[in-house]
Design a protein around this ligand. Sequence first.
Ligand SMILES: Nc1ncnc2c1ncn2[C@@H]1O[C@H](COP(=O)(O)OP(=O)(O)OP(=O)(O)O)[C@@H](O)[C@H]1O
Length: 250
Amino acid sequence: MPDSPPPSDNIVIDVRHVEKSFGDGSNRIHVLKRVDFQAQTGEITMLVGPSGCGKTTLLSAIAGTMRVDSGEIRVFGHSLEKMSGPALTRFRAQKIGFIFQQFNLIPTLTVAENVGVPLLIQGLSNGKALKRSRDILEKVGLGDRWKERPNKLSGGQQQRVAIARALVHEPPLVICDEPTAALDAQNGEIVMDLFRQVARSADRSVIIVTHDNRIFSYADRIARMDDGEIVEVKEQDTGGQPHFEHPVHV
Ligand SMILES: Nc1ncnc2c1ncn2[C@@H]1O[C@H](COP(=O)(O)OP(=O)(O)OP(=O)(O)O)[C@@H](O)[C@H]1O
């Protein structure tokens, strides 16, 4: 396949003709079928679609935690396929904050130590990392829980710790899989306002996979996926004042 032209300045994610299958022989399933997808800086992009259509698989490919079979994924103009494993790991640590469905908190560390992990990877001292971790824990409403172990917290509180850890090193790209699933309206609003702040920066971007119809008004762009393909992309005017909906059903 010919090398793609470099993306325009505000395209942060550029996915072209990406395919991915799992399994062999008669068990083989073609999960991503020639996906094309873009996301821009200064925006929240939501990826929606029925369960099993391939959203998490696409997110994992963009996050560089899973290699694809064919096609190309550029993040900030860098082609992920062309990076070696160690280079990809370094790139991810610097550029991307992740929130996955499983919160992946380390049970033996305190809440603040968990949040500080990306800062330690970047070489900050323990003291500075702790201060910044406590600051962001304050913002997600967990300022008083920093010394606890994660298993002492509820599911929604653990989700907020995972969100704090994804944002603490101020990565230019934040990638989230169902970030509000375990959150009540008040905490959902706090978290979405934080994502909104991130996406207000001209050089940052937030991608959210979600089934949560309470948060759709925060999206600048909604990409709908079905059966391994992006079938529709809609731009939304958030009017500067998106708000967390109180749903009839979630
Ligand atoms: N590592 C894997 N090995 C085999 N099959 C997989 C793997 N990961 C995902 N799949 C399959 O790929 C399909 C798409 O899964 P994926 O998790 O991407 O869907 P999704 O749209 O995110 O679903 P949901 O909304 O329920 O989270 C499913 O059929 C799933 O079983």
